[in-house]
Design a protein around this ligand. Structure first.
Ligand code: DX5
Ligand code: ZN
Length: 229
């Protein structure tokens, strides 16, 4: 079992103070920073691009996990890698040349990662499972922070975990969308080892360090139970 990693999504951060918001989660023990790139075409929202990845790169030594919610992701891989991405995730729904794109991520010096929306059959992932270093199971329809976790994602996490055990057991299994203190244990129990948290950590009335520590404690509790079994 991989150790569990927790990565805040800056989508919900206060962009007036981005450097401080990144430093705060790093000081509180975050394992990586998740950056959501949206194009207004694949998802009904437009977020951020290269300059913000560069700014995050300058603000932290933590790995930067770039989630591309854009059409034609293959056109932009080198630019995101050059901006500082350590992991680049592309959606199966928008890329007819997945092998080529995932290889180009590796060639650009980053870790290839693949994902799919909650309504896309998980079998779509199967051909590329042997060549990725991370699979992301979306647990909301992408586009916005603060949405509710879709319960059917748990079974999808179990299925992907079982497939990975057979073909790529060290591959990371990331989950993104609606992760909170009340459901994080179930998500880890289903087989996730990499957790994206947005609004559970970055919100006006939330103490960032306390929220991250509380999530970590829940995760550790679940892992201890699993290791005893
Ligand atoms: C949704 C993004 C997520 C989002 C998660 O499109 O991919 O990374 O920021 O935010 P929460 O944790 O608030 O659902
Ligand atoms: Zn994301």
């Amino acid at each position: 079992m991989n150790p569990v990693m927790i990565g805040p999504s800056i989508l919900s951060a206060d962009f007036r103070n981005l450097g401080a918001q990144v430093a705060a989660v790093e000081a509180a023990g975050a394992d990586f920073i998740h950056v959501d790139v949206m194009d207004g075409v694949f998802v009904p929202n437009i977020s951020i691009g290269f300059p913000i990845v560069e700014a995050v790169r300058a603000a932290t030594n933590l790995p930067i996990d770039v989630h591309l919610m854009i059409v034609e992701p293959g056109r932009w891989i080198e630019r995101f890698a050059a901006a500082g991405a350590d992991i680049v995730t592309v959606h199966v729904e928008v890329d007819p040349n997945l092998y080529r794109t995932l290889r180009s991520i590796e060639e650009a010096g980053a870790s290839p990662s693949v994902t799919l929306n909650p309504g896309t059959p998980v079998v779509m992932l199967e051909p590329v499972l042997p060549i990725v270093r991370q699979v992301l199971v979306m647990s909301v329809n992408p586009g916005f922070g603060g949405q509710t976790f879709i319960p059917a994602a748990l079974e999808r996490i179990r299925r992907v975990r079982a497939s990975l055990e057979a073909v790529n057991p060290t591959c990371r299994l990331e989950v993104d969308g609606g992760i909170k203190i009340g459901n994080v244990r179930k998500i880890v129990a289903a087989g996730a080892d990499t957790l994206v948290v947005g609004s559970a950590v970055y919100a006006p009335d939330v103490d960032i360090a306390a929220a991250l520590h509380a999530l970590r404690a829940e995760v550790e509790l679940e892992r201890e139970i699993r290791e005893e079994q």
